[in-house]
Ligand binder design. Structure first.
Ligand SMILES: Nc1ncnc2c1ncn2[C@@H]1O[C@H](COP(=O)(O)OP(=O)(O)OP(=O)(O)O)[C@@H](O)[C@H]1O
Ligand SMILES: [Mg+2]
Length: 250
């Protein structure tokens, strides 16, 4: 048996619980709980819109957006299909059938800022440098397919230059500040996770902004896709990400 420290951690629940231990990171994690009938009802009452997602998932697969539209009116969307209900029981039954016996989480929904009417979030790539320091090496925007609720590339999301996305909303100096704070947030999060999991060499944060420009941490990936950076015309980030990745694999 190998006793090497683990390099990846798949459970979104475990990662969330660890990160809640950091005073700096905690306020940026949307309320996340294990799926249950009563928790879903309570969270929809509190937040109106929530994301229901597999505890272990990738590519946006199985991610559901659920909303309470009125006193007894509910809906949820998976892929591009919307289902509507006129009472909580049938809404929950229908969701239950999708979830089946799998472990799911419920997370407060963030109303993501849009670009050309499409939701977007930002992937922040953070890597251990060849000299052993945590560094944010890449930022890339991911714009959702117009009819979808997830931004993942594998679900039809479009990778885009972060400056271009933010320039649709903010001045140059505001963009600079936001990029600086994303770089810092990436390093803070990585350092904190690294204390519990010294085997980690890289993380990818999915950051979603609401209209107040709070950088919500939607999830932290421990095995982030480096190739998404190759979709940008400017290859400088891609080259750095790959260089650090190769150095860390040794
Ligand atoms: N609480 C939320 N509020 C708003 N959007 C969300 C929320 N949770 C998820 N999303 C959207 O769904 C996408 C996929 O969710 P998430 O990143 O949690 O799972 P995943 O992408 O399947 O996992 P992985 O990134 O490991 O492949 C996010 O990138 C984001 O666009
Ligand atoms: Mg993700």
């Amino acid at each position: 048996m190998s006793d090497k420290p683990r390099r990846v951690l798949m459970s979104k629940w475990t990662k969330t619980k660890v990160l809640l231990g950091s005073n700096k990171v905690r306020p940026l994690i949307p309320d996340t709980r294990k799926f249950s009938k009563s928790t879903l009802k309570e969270m929809l009452k509190k937040y109106t819109m929530v994301y229901v997602k597999p505890e272990i998932g990738t590519f946006g697969n199985g991610v559901i957006r659920a909303e309470k539209l009125g006193p007894e009116e509910y809906m949820y969307q998976t892929g591009t299909t919307v289902h509507s209900f006129w009472d909580y029981e049938s809404f929950h039954e229908s969701l239950r059938a999708i979830i089946s016996k799998k472990r799911y989480l419920i997370q407060k929904g963030i109303h993501l800022v849009k670009y050309n009417k499409r939701r977007f979030d930002i992937r922040v790539m953070v890597q251990l440098s060849p000299t052993g320091k945590w560094e944010t090496t890449g930022l890339i925007g991911r714009v959702a397919h117009p009819k979808k609720i997830v931004t993942n590339y594998h679900s039809g999301g479009k990778p885009m230059d972060v400056n271009r996305l933010l320039a649709a909303h903010l001045s140059n100096s505001e963009i600079k500040k936001i990029i600086h704070s994303l770089n810092e947030l990436g390093v803070t999060t990585a350092k904190y996770l690294h204390k519990s999991y010294p085997g980690f060499r890289q993380i990818g944060l999915d950051i979603g902004f609401d209209k107040t420009w709070t950088p919500w941490i939607i999830e932290v990936n421990t095995n982030p896709d480096p190739y998404i950076f190759n979709k940008l015309t400017d290859k400088s980030m891609y080259r750095k990400v790959m260089r650090y990745k190769k150095a860390a694999a040794k």
